[in-house]
Write a protein that binds this ligand. Structure first.
Ligand code: ADP
Ligand code: ADP
Length: 226
């Protein structure tokens, strides 16, 4: 069963003649180890789709399932709990804590989740190695390049073994060469961890490296055929 499934999802904002219909009967499923790129123009509803997938927003109708769990009947607490245990999120800007090292930034969410410092650091090093930045473990964010910062943010998002990784323009702030390295690292990580990934990007060259490209048209999620 796919890790993330959206079925007939409808989401609009506003009312009356100010209604903005963003998603109308949107369907999408993302399997374990699958990387889906979401490429659509600004305002098409990419963030909305990511927010619905991450349970930050609810659809007006339709179903969002994470790890086989239907969420339409869950309350706020249930949604928060499910989000914390299944979703890792990567932002366009890294949002790393400036006073902490790369290793500490990756260990932090694990300590909050109740892991011992030794266990957390072991997992963090494993992720930093996988992403090719182990040599930067004791550096603070300001001492890292943009691409390194973003790879630390990816490691942090993956720290608690999320089953679903959502990313909103994770390379939007990087030059093309660095974007390529960061996207490649993210793709390797997803395969390695068996997570399902939905990555919003404007970058068509990067999107081609995904397993599948989807776009948003008329409120539907449609496969993008080149
Ligand atoms: P994208 O991420 O592709 O740029 P969004 O999902 O942010 O698109 O937005 C899709 C549409 O929904 C836009 O027209 C936007 O203005 C509108 N929208 C998004 N969030 C809200 C909101 N909270 N209230 C009203 N309109 C919104
Ligand atoms: P800011 O834009 O002020 O940095 P946040 O750091 O709260 O706001 O989040 C950045 C964006 O990522 C927001 O649009 C937020 O809704 C979204 N986001 C954060 N966590 C998740 C998640 N688990 N699932 C989906 N979207 C998320």
């Amino acid at each position: 069963k796919p890790h993330l499934v959206l079925t007939d999802v409808h989401r609009h904002y506003g009312q009356g003649d100010k209604t903005v219909r963003v998603l109308e009967a949107a369907n999408l499923s993302v399997a374990s180890g699958e990387l889906v790129a979401l490429v659509a123009p600004s305002g098409a509803g990419k963030s909305t789709l990511l927010h619905l997938s991450g349970l930050l927003e609810s659809p007006q109708s339709g179903e969002v399932e994470l790890m086989g769990i239907k969420t339409s009947h869950l309350g706020d607490r249930g949604r928060t709990q499910l989000r914390r245990s299944t979703v890792g999120y990567v932002y366009q800007f890294h949002h790393l804590l400036p006073e902490f090292t790369a290793l500490e930034n990756v260990s932090m969410p694990q300590l909050i989740a109740g892991k011992s410092p030794a266990e957390a650091d072991k997992r963090s090093m494993e992720l930093l190695e996988l992403l090719g930045i182990a040599a930067r473990a004791s550096h603070r964010p300001a001492e890292l390049s943009g691409g390194e910062q973003q790879r630390v943010a990816i490691a942090r998002a993956a720290a608690n073994h999320p089953k679903v990784i959502l990313a909103d323009e994770p390379t939007g702030n990087l030059d093309p060469e660095t974007s390529d390295i960061v996207f490649g690292a993210l793709a390797d990580l997803i395969k390695n961890e068996g997570a399902a990934a939905l990555i919003a990007t404007h970058n068509h060259d990067l999107a081609r490296r995904a397993d599948r490209i989807v776009t948003l048209k008329g409120g539907l999620v449609v496969d993008h055929t080149l």
